[in-house]
Design a protein. Structure first.
Length: 244
């Protein structure tokens, strides 16, 4: 007998649990811990500035640039979170996108959980059991990242030292290539998804190129360039999406 026949709270009824106060009380402590970690990292980064020769003013400029650059992704992530909330409820969507921040991974996990129960995600037969399965799949799906970082992240410094013995520029070159490859992979996945995504990439690229020329005459604008380019890309994509 298909499992969904035994499921309850179908036809969207599971959202009563998905948006319950009990679930909010479960996820809020995790986000509080995450905020505490961010505060600790910022504090330690400021302290480490002296060790690498950065002045307090340079640290402030770096923090301001980082904060500005999060505006574009923050707006995009908020939009995605609202859509994800309609599928698995506000508490868990807020938790997952606060920790992981990628809708692709979360949607794959939610869909896999629903498929395992023989139903479609948020479909008429998607009930409390399927929702629970999606929650478990999404949660366990990220453990691989944590385990790999826990076991190998601290060993990277020794790898860096070993590589720099042969060529001091090798580690930075490989890191730059990895970053370009990652960005190109994510960009390629987006530009083939539709005209708005393609125009966002083009608008962002052209904006960033233009801003780089502008900063040669106005260096103080350099810390705002990425954030401005991201916002321009988002606005152009929204405009194109409304036009077509």
């Amino acid at each position: 007998m298909p499992s969904f026949l035994l499921d309850t709270m179908t036809n969207g009824g599971y959202m009563e649990i998905a948006n319950s106060w009990g679930l909010w009380l479960c996820v809020i402590p995790v986000v509080i811990v995450e905020l505490a970690q961010a505060a600790i990292f910022i504090r330690d980064a400021i302290k480490a500035g002296d060790l690498v020769g950065l002045t307090k003013q340079e640290c402030k400029e770096a923090m301001r640039a980082g904060a500005i650059c999060t505006i574009g992704p923050g707006i995009s992530m908020f939009t995605v979170m609202v859509a994800f909330m309609s599928l698995i409820g506000a508490p868990f969507a807020w938790l997952r996108l606060s920790i992981i921040g990628t809708i692709t991974t979360e949607m794959l996990g939610a869909t896999a959980g629903a498929t395992a129960m023989g139903v479609d995600l948020a479909g008429p037969n998607y009930g409390i059991e399927a929702f629970t399965c999606s929650v478990w799949v999404i949660t366990l799906n990220t453990w691989g990242f944590f385990i790999v970082n826990l076991l190998f992240a601290h060993k990277m410094e020794s790898v860096k030292v070993a590589m720099e013995k042969h060529d001091i520029r090798m580690f930075n070159t490989i890191g730059g290539c990895l970053m370009i490859g990652c960005i190109a992979m994510f960009l390629a996945q987006q530009v083939v998804a539709g005209i708005p995504q393609l125009t966002a990439a083009i608008a962002g690229f052209l904006s960033m190129t233009l801003l780089l020329f502008v900063t040669k005459k106005h260096p103080r604008l350099s810390e705002y360039t990425l954030g401005i380019a991201l916002i321009i890309g988002i606005l152009v994509a929204q405009f194109v999406a409304q036009m077509i």
